[in-house]
Write a protein of this length. Structure first.
Length: 364
């Protein structure tokens, strides 16, 4: 199709095509298909008819697909795909960079890449090479795709005014926001809003925004709440009727966030009240980290279940996650569980998940 660019593609085309033929949800967020006859890229679970094999190009990330000239599908909505945990299969540098980009650290200029690389302690050229190697796209392309998908999510699921959507997604101006959507979708951003949302009055982020964030099942929600309750500070966090709530403060501004489980949708509902709409992506990124929404839980379980000590615990509590910290990027084992110095090396890099299973078993 005209305008398509060459970029890194997944090589095993036959295996990838089978995933899309069978609509295999295990690969949702792992593989995207670009359809050359339509210029659209989709998730494996897309309800549309499977395209012809000769028209398919397969990518490991939405960024790589969009960088190749494809636009996101309006039916399967790539912005709602469960994210793949950044630490799985990527370098530590790429993982840290993606977390910073998710919180809006990269602006729209190439100079922003150099600043990001400096924060990570590497050169700009090395960072670009690592992104191309692991994601098939440049840091700028990843940031641009993130902006489009964040905006599309807010347009589809909220009643935020378009100006606030543009600010929240990180567009430098409303004009740039409108131009980007016109180029990708051939229509203004407001035309993508669902009728059920479009017919209601606008509301601000301070009044409350609710978004649905997906995960790969299974998810042990009671186990997660138990772990969060064990570490909760009564001044900031509490759990009521199965809903986790926290007061938050960013850049001197205060608000609150509530997270509820939507098991029928393999998702959580996140309701955010905050006076600065530009902070929404950073707050969402922290919620994803706390609730470990990007975990490839099936891979983690199959790895740890090789240990006879852990196998029965994993079978008893499939989907048990390791909560992350709100304020820090790192330590996922923030629940008070310790493994000691004799933890088997075979448990790496999933010590925190082993610790969670051991902690839950000790509590009966």
């Amino acid at each position: 199709m005209p305008g398509m660019q060459m970029t890194d593609e997944l090589l095993d085309r036959d295996a990838c095509y089978k995933v899309f033929q069978t609509h295999d949800s295990r690969f949702d967020g792992r593989i995207f298909v670009g359809v050359t006859s339509t210029g659209i890229y989709c998730r494996p679970i897309c309800p549309a008819r499977t395209p012809m094999f000769k028209n398919c190009r397969f990518f490991a990330s939405a960024s790589a697909a969009q960088d190749a000239g494809f636009r996101p599908c309006l039916r399967c909505r790539p912005e709602t795909a469960p994210e793949l945990a950044f630490w799985r299969g990527t370098s530590n540098t790429v993982s840290r960079a993606l977390k910073l980009i998710a919180e809006g650290a990269l602006d729209e200029s190439e100079a922003g890449v150099e600043a990001l690389a400096e924060r990570l302690g590497v050169g700009g050229r090395q960072l670009r090479r690592l992104f191309q190697q692991h994601l098939g796209a440049s840091p700028i392309a990843v940031a641009q795709t993130r902006r489009v998908l964040v905006a599309k999510h807010l347009i589809h699921d909220t009643r935020l005014p378009m100006t606030e959507v543009a600010l929240s997604a990180g567009f430098g101006s409303v004009r740039r926001f409108n131009e980007t959507f016109a180029k990708l979708f051939g229509r203004p951003p407001s035309a993508l809003r669902r009728a059920s949302v479009r017919n209601k009055p606008d509301n601000s982020a301070e009044e409350g925004v609710t978004l649905r964030l997906s995960y790969r099942p299974p998810y042990d929600w009671p186990g997660m709440l138990d772990a969060l309750a064990a570490r909760a500070s009564s001044r900031r966090e509490h759990i009521e009727d199965g809903v986790w709530q926290r007061t938050i403060e960013l850049d001197g501004k205060k608000g609150n966030v509530a997270v509820a489980h939507l098991p029928a949708r393999n998702a959580v509902a996140v309701t955010i009240h905050f006076p600065d709409v530009r902070a929404l992506p950073a707050i969402v990124a922290r919620v994803k980290r706390v609730f470990d929404l990007g975990a490839d839980i099936a891979t983690i379980a199959s790895h740890l279940a090789r240990d006879p000590k852990l196998a029965p615990l994993i079978a008893k509590r499939p989907g048990l996650r390791a909560p992350g910290g709100w304020d820090d990027e790192g330590d996922r084992d923030a629940t008070g569980a310790t493994l000691g110095t004799d933890a088997p090396p075979a448990w790496r890099p999933w010590h925190a998940y082993a610790a969670q299973h051991l902690r839950m078993a000790s509590h009966g």
